[in-house]
Design a protein around this ligand. Structure first.
Ligand code: EPZ
Length: 433
């Protein structure tokens, strides 16, 4: 099995360029299905979730042209029927955005129930509730979501039972091409919600209030092509900030929107880390022991659940007792079981983790259980004395562009080992890059 091998103990120093936001890209790419023209997307992260979604669109009849490493032209104008390969869709949670997009453009959709990181139950009842308010008939059979509308979607008011990023984005997409006005109450406010609204508006939609808890969508007849640049990834940026803090380094995190990082910055400062806002970058410096802190994950602008494992790894090395409350997902502490193998002292009770800071970690073989858990294990390996091997790294490759290259540029001793093609070949082949 492919794995990372990390020899820890070196503080990270230097500069890192943040890529486009995964959770914006995995919504905007399906949204191009609604556009009858060429969409040029810039600052697209080179990650496996993006490659998979582009592949799904091509299988549906779209034309996808790579302009350069992070720019792609997508033309879905010739797509006639929204039928996508079910086995591909099952691999990624974000495939469910194809429902909202296809319902909006074609009045029908057939999408497999979503896959994605195993961080607890991931229902989509709120998405379905929104589609039904707009007049769609939705049923789930054999693991497939069948949605269709007799005439055309008609706008209405959707009051979300809980703040849901996916439901907010999916309903926004369907409403964009519905007849009349749709109001989404109790909407999520994440930066990627605003990015999707800005993308759709740049293609001719009329969406107002994204980033607040009430979003109003005024349905339009059609969307034409255009160009759009995806925002920087708030969570990738936070991951490198946490790594700089945990390793006692000094890192300039470039190509960010500091406002999106406010909650992460504030928590790191509480832990004794210096974070300076330089406009389109933040400078993170940690030159002393980390202080304990408590974390309660909340929807934006609260502390992001997608940063909980990364900060949790740093808190395992802080002086004192820290308490984490994971209020979004049911099961997002599996990374702590892996960190215990490296010396972490943690008690988990339901949604709460109590962490007793230790002086250091020792390297060990560990395995990822999901994308952000994997990032936490890498951070722990960068600090640990000795060698850490991280297995199941496909999770990490889903959401982090060129992690090895970016960390090596910061002085990390990390390499990607490909599994031996033939067990007879003995030791794993060292990856070229
Ligand atoms: C998105 O997941 C992100 N994924 C997740 O990031 C992130 O953790 C999450 O938002 C919260 O910020 C993508 O954007 C692809 P939700 P999503 O709908 O949309 C419940 C990562 O690491 N809920 O906001 O699936 C749900 O169970 C990934 O990048 C319902 O009950 O999250 C959860 O408890 C992991 N019914 C809460 O709401 C629904 O219909 C928030 O879920 C929908 C959600």
């Amino acid at each position: 099995m492919d794995r990372y091998v990390i020899r820890g103990g070196t503080p990270l120093k230097g500069e890192v360029e943040i890529s486009g936001a995964k959770n914006a890209a995995v919504a905007i790419i399906p949204a191009t299905l609604m556009v009858e023209g060429v969409c040029r997307l810039e600052n697209v992260p080179q990650i496996s979730d993006v490659s998979l979604l582009l592949n799904i669109l091509e299988q549906m009849g779209a034309t996808v042209r790579t302009v350069n490493r992070n720019t792609v032209d997508i033309d879905c104008s010739k797509v006639e029927k929204p039928v996508a390969p079910l086995e591909l869709m099952r691999k990624i949670r974000a495939s469910y955005y194809l429902i909202g997009a296809a319902l909006g453009r074609f009045g029908q959709a057939e999408v497999s129930m979503p896959g994605g990181c195993d961080i607890g139950a991931r229902p989509i009842d709120q998405h379905i509730k929104g589609f039904k308010v707009m007049g769609a008939e939705v049923e789930v059979a054999n693991g497939i979501i069948h949605a269709k509308v007799k005439d055309e979607l008609v706008g209405g008011t959707v009051y979300l039972d809980m703040i849901s990023v996916g439901a907010t984005m999916n309903i926004m997409m369907a409403a964009t091409l519905a007849k009349g006005k749709t109001t989404i109450e109790n909407a999520a406010k994440e930066p990627h919600i605003v990015d999707l609204a800005n993308f759709l508006n740049s293609m001719g939609a009329d969406i107002r209030g994204a980033g607040t808890s009430v979003i109003r969508v005024y349905g339009t007849e059609r969307l034409d092509g255009g160009a759009y640049s995806i925002i920087p990834d708030q969570i990738e940026a936070g991951t490198y900030m946490a790594a700089a803090a945990a390793t006692g380094g000094e890192v300039l995190v470039k190509n960010v929107i500091p406002k999106h990082l406010d909650c992460i910055t504030s928590k790191l400062q509480e832990m004794g880390v210096t974070v300076r806002d330089l406009g389109e970058a933040v400078l993170v410096k940690s030159d002393g022991p980390l202080s304990r802190a408590n974390i309660k994950t909340m929807p934006y602008p609260g502390f992001p659940t997608d940063m909980q494992p990364q900060i949790g790894a740093a808190l395992c090395l802080a002086q004192g007792t820290s308490i984490i409350t994971e209020s979004v997902w049911d099961s997002r502490y599996r990374y702590l079981d892996e960190l215990k193998k490296m010396g972490a002292e943690v008690q988990i009770d339901g949604k709460t983790a109590v962490i007793e800071g230790v002086k250091s970690f020792t390297g060990a073989p560990v395995a990822c259980s999901d994308l952000r858990a994997g990032a936490a294990l890498v951070i722990a390996g960068l600090v640990a004395e000795g060698e850490t091997t991280v297995e199941k790294i496909h999770y990490i490759e889903r959401g982090y562009e060129d992690l090895i290259g970016k960390l090596r540029k910061l002085g990390a001793d990390i390499e990607y080992l490909k599994a031996p093609i033939d067990p007879e070949q003995g030791d794993a082949l060292r990856a070229t890059s």
